[in-house]
Write a new protein. Sequence first.
Length: 258
Amino acid sequence: MGALHAGHLALVQEAKRRARFVVASVFVNPTQFGPGEDLSRYPRDLEGDVAKLASVGADAVFAPEPSEMYPRGEQTRVRVGALAEPLCGAVRPGHFEGVATVVAKLFNVVGPCVAVFGRKDYQQLAVIRQMARDLFVPVEIVGHPIVREPDGLAMSSRNAYLTPDERARALALVHGLDAAARRFAAGERRARELERVAREPVERVATSIDYVEARDADTLAPLAQEVGPRAVLAVACRVGSTRLIDNVVLGEDPPPLV
């Protein structure tokens, strides 16, 4: 959605390794924002974004106006089922319908391709994979590992909203996930205990918490008791007024702080 950072540029670099021609879309999608969310103030810098994309070898940039993606009289929406219901779907009604709809439109504009998405938006990646599979979209979906700042904070366009104090407090997300990942590596398999370890530092600094949950890494179904060989531990909270998300795939990702 623009306001690009090194995490976005890593997606372009991965795409360059997989394809001869790389196109990047820059579009702040209005249908994935709910009432009272930050659509109007979401950071925008198209000129700077184009320069950054060119610097890592993007061949084209598609930056449509909202009226082009949602022309007068349009009515169609794409709704993904159970994958879109928990976690961010529970606290942002309609969000993933907007995501799936705009991504389906972008896939139709581009045609058969490889599409690279960041794994920081883990549920979004799962929803897009499900949508492409269910609708026989001729696109190979690639998930790229989270790109972090040197101190571990997951890169996000919304990090620009953080004051210096909030930026320091936001590190609680990665510290909690790191602690839980290390407990998992040491043999801990109780889902509630891993959630507690991840949540504890977040509770000390967050303005509010949407969730800190361990879920099945493929279906996002809740885990009743034990974590299996692989699960996603995801967190979403607000630090100040800024909503931040992060995750680690237990059994697959290394602890995020090395």
